[in-house]
Design a protein around this ligand. Structure first.
Ligand SMILES: *Cc1c(COP(=O)(O)O)cnc(C)c1O
Length: 398
């Protein structure tokens, strides 16, 4: 069975991923099962999409009910669910307006369109001259527009020609941003903590300086919170740790409760009102099924104190990981339940560690070969972390 599935993938799939050799067919809470019935602890949470744990019963019920009632009607008509989600997001994060899309990449594309138009309408930037500043090792998605400003060859090689209008500053460098700002700069787009780059936390105070610089220069600050947001770091938004209030944020992943792709841009009035009918849209964006699930997923996070759990257990988990003494570990870093262990490639590769963890019943995935990430669903308990630590230690020390 397992073998057959992998053969089908190899034969019929475009090989744009290299999964670990495990075939999953069931999930519940923090647990996953493979087709042989072996149980695993999920330390990956589908890049934060499964913050609520797998198949959360209340979310499944909400999905089921909404699917039976009205799943899809397009934005050609009002639905009774979309405005409620917009209100919920704006009140929760203290912003004026929101726009719902599906994937994270679409939310980023939406933010780029809004920022450019804001530049033309509000700043008087000459037509087609708007510039956006981004950062080295960024990850904002996979569209042609977004990979155009990636600094990683793996994401963009042979997919050109690329979209102009972006400048890349080194992550964590404020002078470089200052130098790149011109009269045509409309926005700075930044991950408050870089996820795919390996859970990279910028120098303390940098994001605050970036916010001040943007204010002084009349440039929008847009934070990509698709992976870092909604409790992953112990707060609703990761930029709260630096007391920063961006002009807009992008959300995705956990917003869909692990069941359905839902993304959003949430922001300030003068940015979010640049769109007029016809200027932007998506067939599935903001459909009733998506909105019902996203609304419920926020309610559950708040009611069941996901943020507190992420903050408290994240701190505990990080401390425990730091006590492991193994020559292959170079550093351990993280915030909330979002932790990266940087390996010394002379000893072990991320892939080897992830395969060894898999053998012992823990699923994770390396990023950039040398970082193993630990990002369990935010519902994980202290006992579950204690059990995992024992196994993780064995794997690193061996
Ligand atoms: C995953 C991710 C995206 C892209 O989201 P998709 O749903 O895969 O399109 C964008 N930004 C960040 C920070 C991400 O982690």
């Amino acid at each position: 069975m397992k073998h057959h599935i992998k053969e089908l993938d190899a034969r019929f799939g475009s090989q744009n991923y290299r999964p670990l050799p495990v075939v999953l067919d069931k999930g519940e809470g923090v647990w996953l099962w493979d087709t042989d019935g072996k149980k695993y602890l999920d330390m990956m949470s589908a890049y934060s999409a499964v913050s609520h744990g797998h198949c959360h019963p209340e979310l499944v019920e909400t999905m089921h009910l909404q699917a039976q009632t009205l799943a899809m009607c397009s934005r050609a008509f009002f639905s009774d669910k979309l405005p409620l989600l917009l209100e919920r997001l704006c009140n929760l994060l203290n912003y004026d307006r929101a726009l719902i899309m599906n994937s994270g990449a679409e939310a980023i594309e939406t933010a780029i369109k809004a920022a450019r138009r804001w530049g033309y309408l509000r700043k008087g930037i000459p037509d087609n001259k708007a510039e956006i500043i981004v950062f080295s090792n960024n990850f904002h998605g996979r569209t042609v527009g977004i990979i155009s400003f990636s600094s990683d060859d793996e994401y963009k090689h042979q997919f050109g020609p690329y979209l102009p209008g972006f400048h890349i500053a080194p992550y964590g460098d404020i002078e470089a941003v200052q130098k790149l700002i011109s009269k045509n700069t409309c926005a700075v787009l930044v991950e408050p903590i870089q996820g795919e780059a390996g859970i990279v936390i910028p120098p303390k105070g940098w994001l605050k300086k970036l916010e001040q610089l943007c204010k002084t220069e009349d440039v929008l600050l847009i934070c990509d919170e698709i992976q870092s947001g909604l409790g992953r770091t112990g707060t609703w938004l990761a930029c709260e740790h630096e007391n920063v209030k961006p002009d807009a944020v992008t959300l995705g992943k956990a917003l869909g409760g692990g069941l359905y792709p839902v993304s959003a841009v949430v922001g300030r009035e003068d940015l979010m009102n640049v769109f007029n009918p016809g200027s932007h849209g998506s067939t599935f964006g903001g459909n009733p099924l998506a909105c019902a699930i996203a609304h419920k997923s926020l309610d559950i996070m708040e009611r069941d104190q996901y943020l507190q759990n992420s903050a408290n257990l994240g701190k505990y988990f990080l401390e425990q990981l730091k006590t492991i003494s193994a020559p292959c570990i170079k550093s351990v870093r993280g915030l909330g339940l979002w932790i990266g262990v940087e390996l010394d490639p002379a000893y072990k590769s991320g892939r080897t560690v992830c395969e060894a963890l898999m053998e012992k019943g823990i699923l994770s995935k390396e990023t950039h070969e040398t970082v193993v990430r630990f990002a369990p669903p935010l519902i994980i308990t202290k006992n579950q972390i204690d059990d995992a630590i024992g196994i993780i230690e064995q794997v690193f020390v061996r």
